[in-house]
Design a protein around this ligand. Structure first.
Ligand code: TYD
Length: 308
């Protein structure tokens, strides 16, 4: 298995220390937007390519959309092109429910819901998805797209809502809630998503899109209160701040296609998932401190005596 990663701000080799020594694992530090590097590595030959690489934070996409186009569109294109020319027999494009835009109080996104992305982030993910599906339609290249809801769990970079709130609460800092806190997300524990991706990579039908939803819809403010209860921290840490521009109101996914075809359904509900996530962050304060201070970049060097 080859892990191809540019190690931009959120990349952290510290997360994979337990597999670093395994001779079935190789690491390549390179950027998917670099077609030459992608071509060179793809020439090793693979049974399956899974494209997890993305700029994924909506708030960052408001300040630097070009970077999102580069990674999420051009990068996806480079991977698709290189994989196709090498005859890779399976390509999984990891996408997001955000490509569907925003829901009202009722209903769920299905795989046939028209795409209506709101942010530069989701617009670039939609472009990557459509390119992947076009490679199937035009060239018969065996692509599958997954669209998952909001992931959370151990190792998540603390710019996303859940790890941000856990790490702020641990330090007694305020938890910034955008707008009225009534935006709803459908929370998916990371291990459930991993199981879905594995099942799709092994048995999914090519040319198809699969929604992967957690089945746990919660308004942000309720989620944050549940987190504070789990951590025994006071609700007075909650601070309402100016809303995110273009903030999608509600996401909810219908994953019945994945359940019907591959027998997948999420196993970890939000209470258990939050408990496990809070527990992981409390037991891995060193990881969090290194990430927050930027020292995770040096940690690998200290650990291995060579640079990332
Ligand atoms: P986020 O983790 O950024 O994921 P996404 O925007 O992809 O859904 O945000 C999850 C929700 O939490 C979203 O409704 C925005 C909100 N939010 C806050 O209220 N405060 C914050 O500091 C952050 C990062 C997000």
């Amino acid at each position: 298995m080859t892990n191809f990663d540019a190690l931009t701000y959120a990349g952290n080799r510290d997360n994979l220390l337990d597999v670093e020594g395994d001779d079935r694992y190789a690491f390549e530090r390179a950027d998917i937007a670099d077609a030459e590097a992608v071509g060179r590595v793809m020439a090793k030959g693979f049974d399956v390519v899974v494209n997890f690489a993305a700029e994924s934070h909506v708030d960052r996409s408001l300040y630097d959309p070009a970077r999102f186009v580069r990674t999420n569109v051009l990068g996806a294109q480079n991977l698709l092109e290189a994989a196709r020319s090498q005859g890779v027999p399976r390509f999984v494009q990891i996408s997001t429910d955000e490509v569907y835009g925003s829901l009202g109080p009722e209903g769920k996104f299905t795989e046939t819901t028209p795409l209506a992305p709101s942010s530069p982030y989701s617009a670039t993910k939609a472009a990557g998805d459509l390119l992947a599906l076009a490679f199937f339609k035009t060239f018969g290249f065996p692509v599958i797209v997954t669209r998952s809801s909001n992931n959370y769990g151990p190792y998540q970079f603390p710019e996303k809502l859940i790890p941000l709130c856990i790490s702020n609460a641990m330090e007694g800092k305020n938890l910034p809630v955008y707008g009225d806190g009534m935006n709803v997300r459908d929370w998916l524990f990371v291990e459930d998503n991993c199981e879905a991706i594995l099942a799709i990579a092994e048995k999914g039908r090519v040319g198809e899109v699969y929604n992967v939803g957690g089945g746990c819809e919660v308004p942000n403010i309720e989620l944050i209160k549940a987190m504070l209860r789990e951590m025994n921290k006071p609700e007075s840490l909650i601070t309402f701040v100016t809303d995110r521009p273009g903030h999608d109101r509600r996401y909810a996914l219908d994953s019945s296609k994945l359940t019907r075809e591959l027998g997948w359904s999420p196993r970890v509900g939000i209470s258990e998932g939050l408990r496990r996530t809070v527990e992981w962050f409390s037991q891995n304060r060193g990881w969090l401190e290194r990430v927050r201070s930027g020292a995770y970049r040096d940690f690998y060097e200290q650990h291995y005596g060579r640079k990332l």
